[in-house]
Design a protein around this ligand. Structure first.
Ligand code: BGC
Length: 920
């Protein structure tokens, strides 16, 4: 506690110190990491006015003192001290001053460097035997002596495709499927593990198990790189001040391919033979000569080629466990487990049986009429784990180097009855925090939200994948164009998206600037990418606006500019006709019969409109980035070019008489409205055309997986949330409600309920794209509008729409500055709105009032009446102003409770709709 200027006690606190978005990270390899922190105060209107950061090498030599900086900045403050040294712990601390006259200091935080320069690695890449690819998972081991007490022990390791690390027999860390996939020819990621507590004076052993990981889906890799390989360094500090290191090197390590993990792949599953286990293989004293397995000296291999970079993001972990809802016996040898939820991960199962007996676990999203798993939509992914038993005690078993997308698991070859106590669903994903919460009075909307969150969570595995089950699991940029806005509301993706942005840059050709459809680019997707891949620009924008991370824009600016100019060069008479994806996967009746991917190309929405429209969006985004980076010349250039593109699109596709774009279908009009292409004077009419088309389809969408989001957004933005709500509460095909009626617990790839037939190959039941709608709940029902220019919610607009049919909404976001919450409820004729604004943020709230005089309402904050006027005397409240459809109030941080009570029967509280025109 510190004393405030007015003499009261202020609980101002400085907490949540992060280095590059992580608390006390090991393994930093940035030359200038960036710091952020949070202020804690229950006072209103708290603003930071100054900060001071000091950084010192443990235990005390100062390397940076920022001095007092008069700045409200609390996110992304860049280290600017002496050059950082590898494998060193730095302590940092911070003092801030706030506008209410308080000063508070944080506790000590730290970050620890790994290899500041990749050239400092001295270990070498080693493999098991010169074979490609290695089918059984190789094991590596090394023994060594430690002459004294260990005070610090770190392992830096990259094991490709995936590795598991053991020290003295113990599995190190809780990451799985590590490291995250990258194009190893450009970049391979390494992890840092604290192993100090696992080491002891005397003899020690280190072991590594390697899986194929993503080598298989990456056919473009040169054959010599197809071999699992590991590079590792162990660095120790001893109590007497001595240091020592053990590194991966040919001849010094032993390797075998005779371990228990046999055939294994991401898509295929894993075979684990208990009879082939090698007890003690990662412990000291294990006798390789006497071992059942053949151990040989590890061999040098051709390195993957890419630069070694730290894995600066949350690793993949088991984040949750599910219990079976039912276990059904199909036959003497076969039982089916239903987890009641579609998810990504695997089954952990307790088995016992005769030696040599094989039990298999097959995964599926669907059941056939016979109650058995229906795997028709997995394409070539066999998704089967197998365990060969050894006749010993019951054992809990799970795979190591594969994962599956499934709700059902069929256990074959096992006769004892399985009970829920024998089977666990292990939910596996990048362990990013869940930061969004949405609840409301309509259970169907809540269920849609739940399904979206499960879908998004099932598709975060070091990259944002399209699906977790079939032979794909790639990060399609077109999917991310609409999906990313939903995702940044629900999960903390600052680090994962930063890594993925690098993956995209890795696909960029030097000459043309063209990027690929998928990143990493493997198996599917073209280069040059389809013009719909605006996620390359949207991700940096969202990462800045939501998480306060601007390095993607700063460092990626030239890459983005090159892609956009490549796209612009594709225009013929102003239009990019090239379009392979377009508004993908609309209802089958709207698609070109038999088009790529079984009827996925829109028959109606012109590819040229979509492709050129995205060029317009990109140019506008570039203008925004240029403004942010103060590249004034570029701002003008991009804006002028955008204007020109808008003119050409309107000349080609807009028919003023019909107030419609292209054929006037929902997608064409929705997209044009969303982008802001429509001339102001025609906007109302185009909106009307869109709404009539929706009505003609009895409140059903005809849109594909891009334009669905855009239609929903414009209905919210331009005052037709009522129509949006009808679409959201629809329960017949095509709609989200229909998916739920059919038992969906996640979002499907298509509007159709695909259980076989020609669409089976496109029948993912866990596909995020139609889940893009979820940002609508936060944006329009919760009313939380991020201000793009204000990094990490430094400013926010709150403009809830009190749409008829919804009685209450409860929305919460964990922003980098703290919790931001927007809640409203109807209470008789009165509307109550509760807000929480994080410290060092300001909000502009639009209190929804029906047209008419403010005198018709009693508006209060707490028990204080609120008048119209330049400033109020209520703490935390700034200006209030009348605006069409509401009263705008500026507020600072803190908790607020507004109520709006109509004074006469005629003056029902407004719905807030239609007041936010002109926003993105
Ligand atoms: C993916 C989609 C992607 C599409 C593009 C599909 O196989 O699953 O999400 O957008 O291909 O062609």
């Amino acid at each position: 506690m510190s004393r405030t200027a007015d003499g009261g006690d202020s609980p101002l606190m400085v907490t949540g110190l992060l280095t590059d978005h992580a608390a006390d990270p090991l393994g930093i390899d940035e030359e200038r990491p960036r710091f952020s922190w949070r202020l804690g105060s229950d006072r209103r209107g708290v603003r930071q006015v100054a900060y001071r950061i000091t950084v010192a090498v443990d235990p005390g030599a100062e390397v940076w003192d920022s001095g007092w900086m008069e700045s409200s900045r609390q996110l992304g403050v860049e280290y600017d001290g002496a050059q950082l040294v590898s494998r060193t712990r730095y302590l940092w601390q911070l003092t801030v001053r706030t506008s209410d006259g308080n000063e508070a200091s944080s506790a000590l935080a730290f970050f620890e460097t790994a290899f500041v320069s990749p050239s400092e690695w001295t270990g070498e890449w080693i493999g098991a035997v010169a074979m490609t690819p290695s089918v059984p998972a190789p094991l590596f081991r090394r023994e060594f002596d430690i002459d004294g007490e260990v005070v610090r022990g770190r392992v830096y390791v990259s094991g490709l495709g995936y590795y598991e690390l053991f020290v003295n027999g113990s599995r190190i860390g809780d990451s799985v499927l590590d490291p995250a996939w990258t194009d190893y020819r450009s970049r391979a990621l390494y992890a840092t593990h604290d192993v100090g507590a696992n080491l002891r004076p005397g003899r020690n052993a280190i072991g590594v198990s390697l899986g194929n990981g993503w080598f298989e889906p990456m056919p473009s890799a040169v054959p010599s790189q197809l071999q699992p390989q590991v590079i590792l360094e162990l660095h120790l500090e001893l109590a007497d001040g001595e240091t020592m290191s053990i590194v991966s090197r040919r001849g010094e390590w032993m390797a075998t391919i005779d371990g228990p993990i046999g055939d294994h792949s991401i898509y295929g599953g894993e075979t684990y033979d208990l009879r082939r286990e090698l007890p003690g293989w990662a412990e000291p004293g294990f006798d390789t000569a006497a071992s059942r397995a053949r151990w040989r000296a590890a061999t040098p291999v051709e390195p993957p080629g890419g630069v070694l970079r730290t894995q600066a993001m949350e690793p993949i972990r088991v984040v949750e466990e599910l219990s079976p809802v039912t276990i059904t016996r199909l036959s003497r040898d076969s039982q089916v487990v239903d987890f009641g939820q579609n998810f990504a991960g695997w089954v952990k199962i307790r088995l016992v049986g005769d030696t040599g007996k094989t039990v298999s676990v097959r995964h599926s999203e669907l059941l056939g009429d016979d109650g058995a798993v229906n795997t028709v939509n997995l394409r070539t992914a066999t998704a089967t784990d197998r365990y060969v038993l050894d006749g010993q005690e019951p054992r809990w078993l799970e795979p190591h180097f594969t994962y599956h997308g499934f709700r059902y698991a069929q256990i074959d070859g096992y006769t004892p009855d399985l009970t829920p106590a024998d089977v666990v669903g292990r939910v596996v994903r990048s362990a990013v925090p869940q930061i969004g919460r949405f609840r409301c009075s309509d259970p169907l909307l809540e269920q849609i939200h739940r399904n979206v969150v499960w879908t998004e969570g099932s598709n975060l595995h070091g990259l944002p994948t399209d699906c977790p089950q079939r032979d794909e699991r790639l990060a399609w940029l077109n999917d991310m164009t609409v999906r990313a806005e939903q995702a940044v509301h629900n999960f903390g993706l600052a680090r994962l998206y930063r890594k993925w942005f690098d993956d995209i840059v890795d696909t960029q050709g030097d000459v043309t600037g063209a990027i690929a459809d998928t990143a990493p680019h493997a198996r599917y997707g073209h280069r040059p990418a389809d013009p719909v891949v605006s996620s390359f620009l949207l991700v940096p924008q969202l990462v800045h606006a939501h998480y306060g991370e601007s390095r993607l824009i700063e460092r990626g600016y030239e890459n983005l500019a090159r892609w956009v100019s490549y796209l612009a060069s594709l225009r013929i008479e102003g239009i990019i006709e090239q379009s392979e994806i377009g508004d993908w996967a609309p209802p089958i009746s709207e698609a070109v019969d038999g088009s790529a991917g079984s009827g996925a190309v829109s028959a109606l929405t012109p590819g040229g409109l979509i492709s050129t429209g995205f060029l317009y969006l990109n140019l506008m985004l570039m203008a925004g980035f240029a403004r942010q980076l103060e590249r004034d010349e570029d701002v003008g250039r991009y804006e002028a070019e955008a204007d020109e593109v808008r003119g050409v699109i309107n000349a080609r596709y807009f028919d003023a008489e019909r107030a419609s774009y292209g054929p006037g279908n929902q997608s064409s009009n929705g997209f044009a409205l969303y982008l802001g292409l429509v001339p102001e004077e025609h906007r109302g009419a185009v909106l009307e055309a869109l709404v009539s088309d929706i009505e003609e389809h009895d409140f059903h969408l005809t849109t594909g997986n891009l334009c669905t989001k855009y239609v929903m957004d414009v209905l919210g933005r331009f005052g037709r949330a009522d129509v949006a709500l009808r679409l959201l509460t629809q329960r017949t095909y095509p709609s989200w409600g229909y998916m739920i009626e059919m038992g969906a617990t996640t979002i499907w790839e298509r509007w159709e309920h695909v259980t076989g037939g020609v669409l089976a190959g496109m029948g993912s039941h866990n596909h995020p794209m139609y889940g893009a709608v979820d940002s609508w709940f936060y944006r329009y029902l919760g009313g939380i509008a991020v201000v793009d220019e204000a990094s990490g919610f430094g400013e926010v607009r709150i403009e809830p729409i009190l749409v008829e049919g919804i009685d209450w909404v409860d929305c919460e976001l964990e922003t980098p500055r703290g919790v931001l919450a927007s809640r409203w409820r109807r209470n008789g004729g009165r509307v109550e709105i509760d807000l929480t604004i994080p410290p060092n943020s300001t909000a502009s709230i639009l209190l929804p009032l029906a047209e008419g005089a403010f005198e018709d309402y009693e508006i209060r904050e707490g028990d204080q009446p609120l008048g119209k006027g330049p400033a109020t005397s209520i703490p935390g409240l700034g200006e209030t102003a009348a605006e069409r459809g509401g009263m705008r109030v500026l507020i600072g941080s803190g908790n607020y409770s507004f109520s709006i009570t109509p004074l006469s029967a005629g003056a029902a509280a407004g719905d807030g709709a239609g007041q936010i025109e002109g926003r993105r």
